[in-house]
Design a protein around this ligand. Structure first.
Ligand SMILES: Cc1cc2nc3c(=O)[nH]c(=O)nc-3n(C[C@H](O)[C@H](O)[C@H](O)COP(=O)(O)OP(=O)(O)OC[C@H]3O[C@@H](n4cnc5c(N)ncnc54)[C@H](O)[C@@H]3O)c2cc1C
Length: 306
C-alpha cells in the first residue's frame, strides 16, 4: 500500500457519499432487488452465472437476524420466479452466528431448505477466523441432515486451510477457494503473498484430487493459470469446477475464461447497505480509494485552472 493510498484510507469517512456511490457503481448491482436481477440477466446473457449477496449491516440482537433471513428467502423465491441463473451467498454473522449459533443454524437451514425446493444452492461465505470453526460446524450439520445444496468457503491465507481442504475433500464438499480478505495475525495466516499463492494451489490440488466441485475464486492470473494447469493435468470436465470473480473486477480475464468454455460465476452484491460495503471495499483495496482521492484532487485542480 503506498503512503498516499494509506492516507486516503484514513481519510475515507470524510469522502462525500455521492462520490463513494459513483466509484462503487461497477462493484455493486444497486440497492434494490430488481436492479440486482437485471444485473444477473446481463451476466447470464454474456454466458456467466451469478451468486447474489445481500449487503448486510452488523446485527446486535438475535431478533434482528430474521430481517436478513427473510430478505434472503424473498431473494431465493425471486431467483426462481424470474428464472435467472444465480444462487445466493450469505454471511452467517448476518444470521446471528455470534449472538446465538443455534438460532443462526435454524435461519440458514430455513434458507437452504427453501433453496432446495427450487433446485437452488446456498454458499456460506467465510468471515474472519473467529467464525471459521462455527461456520464449518454449521455447514457440516446441514450436510449431516442430508442437505447437499450448500457449500462453504476456504481461505488460502489461513495456515489451517490445507488440512481443512483435505477433510472437506473427503466429505465431498462443494468449496469456494479464495485467498481471504480479512486481516489476520501471523499465527493464523500467511503474511507473504507468494506463500498465500502456494497454499492456494496446494489446497486446490487437494480438493480436486478428492473430487470436490471447486469454485476457483480469484482474479490473480497466476492462480488462474495454475488452476487451468491442474484442470488439464487431472482431465477435469467443465462441469467439475467453476471460476468465480467479483462484479466489476477483471472483466477481460473473465471474458477470456468464458470464451474458452469454462463455467464462470460473478459475485453480485446489492442492497440498501451499499455505503458500508463500499467503504469496506475501498479499505481492502487502497487502489480504489486512491482512485477516488485522485479524482477529487483532479477536479479541484481543474476548477482552479484559469
Ligand atoms: C467470488 C468471490 C467470493 C469471495 N468470497 C470470499 C469469502 O467468502 N471470504 C473471504 O475472506 N474472501 C472472499 N473473497 C475475496 C478474496 O478472498 C480475495 O480477497 C480477493 O478475491 C482478492 O484476491 P485475488 O485472488 O483476486 O488476488 P489479488 O492478488 O488480491 O488480486 C489480483 C488482481 O485482481 C484485482 N482485484 C482483486 N480484488 C479486487 C477488488 N476488490 N477490487 C478491484 N480489483 C481487485 C486487482 O487488479 C489485483 O491486482 C471472494 C472473492 C471472490 C472473487
Amino acid at each position: 500500500m503506498s503512503l498516499f493510498d494509506r492516507a486516503v484510507v484514513l481519510a475515507l469517512p470524510a469522502v462525500p457519499k455521492p462520490l463513494v456511490r459513483h466509484f462503487s457503481q461497477p462493484y455493486i448491482a444497486g440497492s434494490r432487488l430488481d436492479e440486482a436481477i437485471a444485473t444477473v440477466r446481463r451476466l447470464n446473457t454474456a454466458g456467466m452465472m451469478a451468486t447474489l449477496d445481500i449487503l448486510g449491516e452488523h446485527i446486535h440482537r438475535i431478533e434482528e437476524a430474521s430481517g436478513p433471513r427473510d430478505s434472503y428467502l424473498a431473494l431465493i423465491d425471486e431467483i426462481h420466479r424470474t428464472g435467472v441463473d444465480s444462487n445466493v451467498s450469505v454471511k452467517l454473522t448476518q444470521l446471528g452466528l455470534k449472538l446465538d449459533p443455534e438460532a443462526c443454524y435454524r435461519n440458514i437451514r430455513t434458507m437452504v431448505m427453501r433453496a432446495k425446493t427450487h433446485g437452488s444452492f446456498v454458499r456460506i461465505d467465510m468471515e474472519d477466523t473467529s467464525c471459521t470453526d462455527d461456520t464449518l460446524g454449521i455447514y457440516r450439520r446441514l450436510r449431516a441432515e442430508g442437505l447437499d445444496n450448500v457449500g462453504v468457503v476456504l481461505q488460502a491465507m489461513l495456515r489451517r486451510s490445507l488440512r481443512d481442504a483435505s477433510e472437506l475433500g473427503r466429505e465431498g464438499a462443494n468449496v469456494r477457494l479464495c485467498k481471504g480478505i480479512y486481516v489476520e495475525p501471523r499465527r493464523h495466516a500467511y503474511q507473504d503473498r507468494e506463500l498465500v499463492r502456494r497454499s492456494y494451489v496446494a489446497s486446490l490440488e487437494r480438493l480436486f484430487a478428492a473430487g470436490s466441485y471447486v469454485g476457483i475464486a480469484t482474479h490473480d492470473e497466476l492462480l488462474v493459470f495454475e488452476a487451468l494447469r491442474l484442470v488439464e493435468k487431472l482431465g477435469l470436465k467443465p462441469g467439475q469446477y467453476e471460476f468465480q470473480m467479483l462484479l466489476g473486477v477483471e472483466e477481460e480475464l473473465r471474458r477470456i475464461l468464458v470464451d474458452a468454455g469454462h463455467r464462470l460465476r460473478v459475485y453480485v452484491p446489492f442492497g440498501e447497505h451499499w455505503y458500508a460495503y463500499s467503504v469496506r471495499r475501498m479499505r481492502e483495496n487502497p487502489r480504489v480509494a486512491g482512485h477516488v482521492a485522485r479524482s477529487i484532487l483532479g477536479r479541484i485542480g481543474h476548477t482552479n485552472r484559469p
